[in-house]
Design a protein around this ligand. Structure first.
Ligand code: HEC
Ligand code: HEC
Length: 256
């Protein structure tokens, strides 16, 4: 655990630079003798020792959370996310009504440094995979507080959410996040209904600007979609999302 925390302070950009240099140098002098195979593994070992996100363990996704145990563990989270997962400050996402699989995955992404956030790294790094599922199970039993959508942005936001934009190559958000923003618990697609506009637009903007939450298939979906949206589209769809009410929210759903 402390091993991983130390790595946080490492400069990922520097490591990328170093490995980039290794690549750049390789073809530079074709006449030079091939690298000594005896030293090559040593170089690779140095590169591997560089700080990098740790792969998620697929077995973690199969754990099943205990909501009662999660409630106890959530005490430390309440200051920012609210006692019942309904934060009152829009910079902190609402967790209430979120499905267990998604919450557990995000905590794991924070801990293993695929999703970069210094605050959440601190909280997630002390959690076991079982803790993550317990917390996810607890928040899944809670109902998200309703939000409001801006009338002026409603038409464009609704069009994008429900139908996408074929011209831009943007699929309907509803296809994965559900007609009422309830998400898809079995697939771990997040519940969005009622989520703060500011938080949603911040995430979409980060993805548009090149942020990723790792390189697995799930993490590739949103950067691709957000990259096709204009700032005005992001504002509209984020506002629409906050206004969505999920009829089935608060349903306790175990991981697939
Ligand atoms: C000091 C404030 C603070 C505390 C305490 C805190 N968080 Fe967070 N949490 C944040 C912030 C800020 C974000 C948004 C990170 C981002 O923008 O990517 C976040 C994001 C999250 C997310 C991602 C939500 C989503 O919709 O993707 C989860 C899950 C989460 N926190 C769970 C927890 C849990 C569980 C605890 C307690 C063990 C906790 N947090 C404690 C500030 C906090
Ligand atoms: C093909 C399925 C798919 C479509 C279509 C899709 N999403 Fe997503 N979305 C995902 C997945 C999967 C994640 C979680 C990514 C991860 O865990 O790495 C996600 C995450 C999100 C999040 C982060 C939620 C949180 O709590 O932090 C937001 C916001 C979001 N999507 C908005 C949208 C919007 C707006 C659209 C339409 C313009 C859209 N999505 C279309 C699959 C999809």
């Amino acid at each position: 655990m402390s091993f991983r925390r130390v790595h946080v302070h490492c400069l990922l950009a520097l490591c990328a630079l170093v490995s980039g240099m290794a690549f750049a140098q390789a073809p530079a002098d074709p006449a030079a003798p091939a690298a000594d195979p005896a030293t090559a593994p040593a170089d690779a070992a140095v590169a591997a020792a560089a700080p990098a996100p740790v792969p998620l363990d697929p077995a973690d996704a199969l754990l099943v959370g205990d909501a009662a145990a999660g409630e106890t563990k959530s005490a430390v989270c309440a200051a920012c996310h609210g006692m019942d997962g309904n934060s009152t400050d829009p910079q902190y996402p609402k967790l209430a009504g979120q499905n267990e699989a998604y919450t557990a995955r995000q905590l794991s992404l924070f801990k293993h440094m695929h999703r970069q956030n210094p605050i959440m790294l601190g909280f997630a790094s002390t959690l076991s995979a079982q803790d993550m599922h317990d917390l996810g199970a607890f928040y899944a039993t809670k109902s998200p507080s309703p939000g409001v959508a801006d009338d002026a942005l409603l038409a464009r936001g609704q069009a994008l959410y429900r139908g996408g934009d074929a011209g831009l190559g943007v699929p309907a958000c509803m296809a994965c996040h559900g007609p009422a923003g309830g998400g898809m618990a079995g697939a771990g697609y997040p519940h969005l209904g009622g989520q703060w506009t500011d938080y949603v637009s911040a995430k979409l903007t980060e993805w548009k600007n090149g942020t990723t939450w790792g390189s697995d298939l799930k993490a590739k979906i949103m950067p691709d979609i957000a990259g096709r949206l204009s700032e005005a589209d992001i504002a509209a769809v984020a506002s629409y999302v906050e206004g969505l009410h999920a009829a089935q929210s608060g349903t306790r759903t175990a991981a697939p």
